[in-house]
Design a protein around this ligand. Structure first.
Ligand code: C5J
Length: 222
């Protein structure tokens, strides 16, 4: 299959490609969550949910592998470096009781993936203690076992966990494509810059394309 993408068309096979949705969790996206308590406008992130849901449903319908990630720490915070917890001067830190349970702690209500994109049986769910999906998660091994070589990315936030994950994937030899309307930042200029960085210099990190280009590729293959 071929997606019309930048900086040039992206070729992939369904059986060796996974859709990876990064950190579409309630605390980052829903009003009243951790993201909003930090002063962010979460409506920017909520706006990508319909396009992301459409891409996820089309990918499921085609039979492609889906990976969901959550930025999540164990309840005793043994996987949270003090440098991560102590940085800055926030009113709430990782592990504190927030509006939707303990902040970025596995199993808490705010740490769940939003209902619209909830994982279904057979999909991989990765709890990641870092920004990147490959750090301390075993994701690379899981993908290798399944013969995955290509990754389609969506999720939040573009310049933090999504970009870090794409760069980690790139260094491990995957061809990655970011679905432009399935990712967002609390800072729109950072999203624009990240898309440009990914596809600069002949795709130094990977490719970008609108989700409509993925849907068109899946339709023409069906
Ligand atoms: C993610 C963050 N998921 N911005 N986390 O990007 O801290």
């Amino acid at each position: 299959m071929r997606i019309e993408a930048l900086p040039f068309p992206y070729e992939f096979e369904l059986k060796s490609t996974a859709l990876v949705l990064i950190d579409m969790q309630r605390d980052f996206i829903e009003p009243g969550g951790f993201g909003e308590t930090l002063g962010n406008d979460v409506s920017l992130l909520e706006a990508i949910v319909p396009a992301t849901k459409a891409a996820l449903e089309a990918w499921r319908e085609a039979g492609g592998l889906v990976v969901h990630t959550r930025e999540a720490h164990s309840p005793d915070l043994s996987d949270c470096p003090p440098a991560k917890r102590n940085r800055g001067n926030p009113t709430l830190r990782i592990g504190d009781e927030g509006p939707m349970g303990r902040i970025l702690v596995a199993g808490e209500p705010g740490n769940q993936i939003i209902d619209a994109l909830a994982p279904v049986d057979g999909e991989i769910v990765i709890d990641k203690p870092g920004k990147g999906a490959f750090y301390a998660t075993g994701l690379h091994e899981l993908l290798q076992q399944r013969g995955i070589t290509h990754l389609l990315f969506g999720g939040v936030t573009t310049e933090v966990c999504v970009q870090t994950s794409m760069r980690e994937a790139n260094d491990r030899g995957y061809d990655g494509l970011l679905l432009e309307d399935c990712t967002e930042s609390y800072f729109p200029a950072f999203k624009t810059a990240t898309l440009a960085m990914i596809r600069a210099q002949g795709g130094i990190v990977g490719w970008t394309a609108p989700s409509a280009a993925l849907l068109a590729a899946l339709n023409s293959a069906a």
